[in-house]
Design a protein around this ligand. Structure first.
Ligand code: MD6
Ligand code: FE
Length: 225
């Protein structure tokens, strides 16, 4: 029994700084948004990212259709994703430096594996991490991730910096899309029957992030071979 005007002690169990359960939103049968999942890794991710970018700087690639992408790209891992007039492909060598892509930092691997595991894809060992940089106004048109050799592994996507509106469609380009806002530290995982769903990113709005400034960085981890 408790007195009027006081809070029952049991409510304090969930007060203030007690650990929150992982917020997980299901956006498809095998697709999930893990809110804030990357936050505990970020202090280790940012220096590793800086090191990767000194060895493989961001560049604006040209699509097979001849358009320069508004999103700047880099990669790390055994394979990097590139595009030019001849098509999209994974390569072992960065065509811009003539060197192998930087190795995948341990913390990147750990983050990708644990996110995949949390979404029901235990045992994921990515061999490619594509790094995308969006400045305000940059966008990614609806596309499928289908340059990999097989589709038995999911794609794990990490968002850092300013927010973006992610579009998650269906198996056909013409299918309706869901709008999923993505914030610093959010992770999207999709695979299985959802692996080839169309998706994209709406033009990123002007904003400033305290750690990353006026940009959004996205990592997408895949198994290319
Ligand atoms: C982005 N992401 O979020 C673009 N692809 O910046 C992708 O294209 C993507 O987030 C496959 C799976 C997750 C993704
Ligand atoms: Fe994609």
């Amino acid at each position: 029994m408790h007195r009027k005007g006081t809070t029952p002690a049991t409510l304090d169990l969930f007060a203030d700084d007690s650990p929150q359960p992982l917020a997980c939103e299901q956006i498809g049968p095998r697709s999930f948004v893990l809110r804030g999942f990357a936050l505990p890794f970020i202090d280790r991710v940012l220096p590793s990212l800086a090191s990767v970018l000194t060895r493989a700087p961001f560049r604006n690639m040209v699509t097979p259709g001849g358009r320069t992408m508004s999103v700047a790209l880099s990669s790390c891992g055994q394979f990097g994703w590139t595009t030019d007039r001849s098509g999209y492909q994974y390569t072992r060598i960065d065509p811009q430096t003539g060197q192998p892509w930087p190795g995948m930092p341990e913390v990147f691997m750990e983050l990708a594996r644990s996110a995949a595991d949390a979404a029901g894809f235990a045992g994921f060992v990515p061999d490619a991490c594509l790094i995308n940089r969006y400045i305000p106004g940059a966008k990614m048109s609806l596309h499928q991730d289908k340059d990999e050799q097989g589709y038995e592994w999911p794609v794990v996507s990490i968002s850092l910096g300013i927010p973006a509106m992610f579009l998650f469609g269906g198996q056909l380009r013409s299918d309706a899309t869901q709008r999923v806002p993505l914030f610093h530290g959010d992770v999207v995982v999709w695979g299985g029957e959802d692996r080839l769903r169309f998706h994209g990113v709406m033009p990123v709005k002007q904003a400033e992030h305290p750690q990353l400034g006026e940009q959004r960085i996205n990592f997408t981890f895949r198994r290319a071979r």
